[in-house]
Design a protein around this ligand. Structure first.
Ligand code: ATP
Ligand code: MG
Length: 208
């Protein structure tokens, strides 16, 4: 059912395997920089083949994301991608958000690493018609790469100036696997969930 809410909505997509402070900080900075009323986190569905060994399931990534956003009243979560079988396209997610909130304005929040890949996404130009792309800087990725995007896409990009956090989920998974600490890289409730459920502690196929 469409909702009457007519505000500015940020959409933060990701694998969130696991969600960490880099994601939460990017969402919060985009929200304050762009005056967003809400940010909806959209964890991706399960890819048909795991992208790497030890990837957490869609429901685990959804639950970690839910735990992580609980302290911020503006942050919400959507099942739109985790409920669909297989991977979803950003375009399809934006279309379903627009159908749900036909009176709202959308901002797709993404790190610069992800947006530089946009030309490989399904119908990138259609995406820019549905939302403004809010780009957050990320260590190791040059913002100058944005200039190589096609003009039609660049027009819809807004760069959010924020301090950069050198945190990645890949590095957190590695640290867990190697028995190194991850406290202070992600919310404590997420760290405890990882520990309790034994996530990332070994690669798939390794003997337990
Ligand atoms: P992985 O290492 O598994 O790719 P990740 O840390 O990159 O994980 P994703 O779930 O792939 O996290 O990223 C979701 C979105 O959040 C992407 O748009 C990505 O660019 C952005 N993002 C992730 N980490 C940061 C960070 N530290 N600073 C800014 N943006 C980030
Ligand atoms: Mg990533």
């Amino acid at each position: 059912m469409p909702e009457a809410f007519a505000g500015r909505i940020g959409i933060m997509g990701g694998t969130f395997d696991p969600i960490h402070y880099g994601h939460l900080f990017a969402a919060a900075e985009a929200a304050s920089g762009l005056g967003l009323d809400r940010v909806i986190f959209v964890p991706t569905g399960a890819p048909p083949h795991k992208k790497y060994g030890g990837m957490a399931g869609a429901s685990e990534r959804y639950e970690m994301t839910l735990l992580a956003i609980s302290e911020n009243a503006r942050f919400e979560i959507s099942r739109t991608e985790t409920d669909r079988a297989g991977m979803s396209y950003t375009l399809d997610t934006l279309v379903s958000m627009r159908d749900l909130y036909p009176r709202s304005e959308f901002f797709f929040i993404t790190g610069v690493d992800a947006i530089l890949d946009i030309c490989n996404w399904k119908e990138p130009f259609e995406i820019t018609l549905l939302c403004t792309i809010a780009v957050v800087k990320r260590p190791g990725y040059d913002n100058e790469g944005l200039e190589s995007l096609p003009e039609a896409i660049r027009r819809s990009v807004r760069v959010i100036e924020t301090p950069m956090l050198d945190i990645s989920a890949t590095d957190i998974r590695r640290r867990v696997r190697e028995g190194l600490g991850v406290r202070y890289l992600l919310p404590e409730a997420v760290r405890a969930y990882i520990e309790k459920n034994g996530l990332y502690s070994k690669m798939d196929g390794e003997p337990s």
